[in-house]
Design a binder for this molecule. Structure first.
Ligand code: UDP
Ligand code: MG
Length: 311
């Protein structure tokens, strides 16, 4: 029988874990697969680990992993994905914002041949208008700047096939923006829509500061556009300086200048400013290449191979 591992990162989720597991178990019971749950305690300060440990003692389908401290959700997910050994994995939040009841729909798409099945939320209950606005702005920026578009309104709730998981595991970069990495590996991807519920209990671990950091991480690990900024401002500044300088010079030559030294001073300042920005831009370009290299991402993944023999 095919095996499915459900990876659940949990940080201070004592208030919801029992309810979560009850709902997940009901789903695992009816799945036509051998379903397992892998809980990753991301260095919680409350009784999360005790609950996970007791679940593992009670239920043979539960595996538990405890990180040595709080490393953040991206790292907790990575730990779970590294540990998971199924024919497919599902990543799901512990707070019941991602309904476990959607897992059969994800599995169905996987059986239909998709490698990455992500759950796209059509409603965001319990979130403020401001959060919706900032999140929309973020996705729009990512679409513009990055060459691996991150699907909109998609959290980390998704299913990965074995080969997608193997591909993802080869991405060992330190700065991990998982939503981007999931998209980057390619293969056949599809979406399943659902209504996102408000958090069942407990509090969100994200505040605007952490969300801003995550957004910066997304933009800087999937695009070197910010580094290019210096090149373009440098180029336009130099160009403007050149035109303006010519004008100041001609004016000074034709009519003389009432303020002595002004034309030369202006020329020198504008010229040097432009050149400095340009030089920074050049450094930025090399830095961008260096950055891409240092991520050590694989160059490609092969999805399929055919030969005359037709195997
Ligand atoms: N989480 C984690 N480590 C952290 C923060 C969050 O493992 O440092 C887990 C958390 O327990 C939950 C999921 O990541 O299962 C999503 O977190 P949360 O609900 O706080 O985020 P939101 O849904 O508000 O974006
Ligand atoms: Mg949540």
């Amino acid at each position: 029988m095919l095996r499915l591992t459900v990876v659940v990162p949990a940080y201070n989720e004592a208030a919801v874990l029992e309810t979560f597991h009850a709902r997940l178990s009901d789903v695992l019971d009816v799945l036509p697969l051998e379903g397992r749950a892998l809980y990753v305690d991301d260095g919680s300060a409350d009784s999360t680990w005790d609950i996970i440990a007791s679940l593992a003692a009670r239920d043979a389908r539960v595996e538990a992993l405890k990180l040595s401290r709080n490393f953040g959700k991206e790292a907790a997910m990575t730990a779970g994905l590294d540990e998971a050994d199924g024919d497919a994995v599902v990543v799901i939040d512990a707070d019941l914002q991602d309904p476990p009841e959607l897992i059969p729909a994800l599995v169905e798409q996987w059986r239909a041949g998709y490698d990455v099945v992500y759950a796209t939320r059509s409603a965001r209950a319990g979130e403020t208008g401001f959060k919706r606005f900032t999140s929309a702005a973020f996705y729009r920026t990512m679409e513009k700047l990055s060459d691996t578009p991150v699907p909109r309104d998609t959290g980390d709730f998704r299913l990965l096939s074995r080969r997608a998981l193997d591909a993802l595991r080869q991405l060992r970069e330190r700065q991990r923006f998982m939503k981007g990495l999931f998209a980057w590996i390619g293969y056949r991807q599809t979406a399943v829509r659902y209504e996102r519920d408000p958090r069942h209990a407990g509090r969100t671990k994200w505040n605007y500061w952490r969300l801003t950091q995550l957004a910066m991480e997304g933009i800087t690990s999937f695009s070197t556009a910010p580094l290019r900024l210096a090149t373009w401002t440098g180029l336009s500044a130099s160009l403007l300086a050149f035109v303006y300088g010519l004008w100041v010079l001609t004016k000074a030559l034709l009519y003389g200048d009432p303020v002595r030294g002004y034309p030369t001073l202006m020329l020198v300042i504008l010229f040097l400013g432009g050149v400095q920005l340009l030089a920074l831009g050049v450094i930025g370009e090399y830095l961008g290449r260096n950055y891409a290299e240092s991520k050590q991402r694989p160059l490609y993944f092969v999805e399929e191979r055919r030969s005359a023999g037709g195997r």
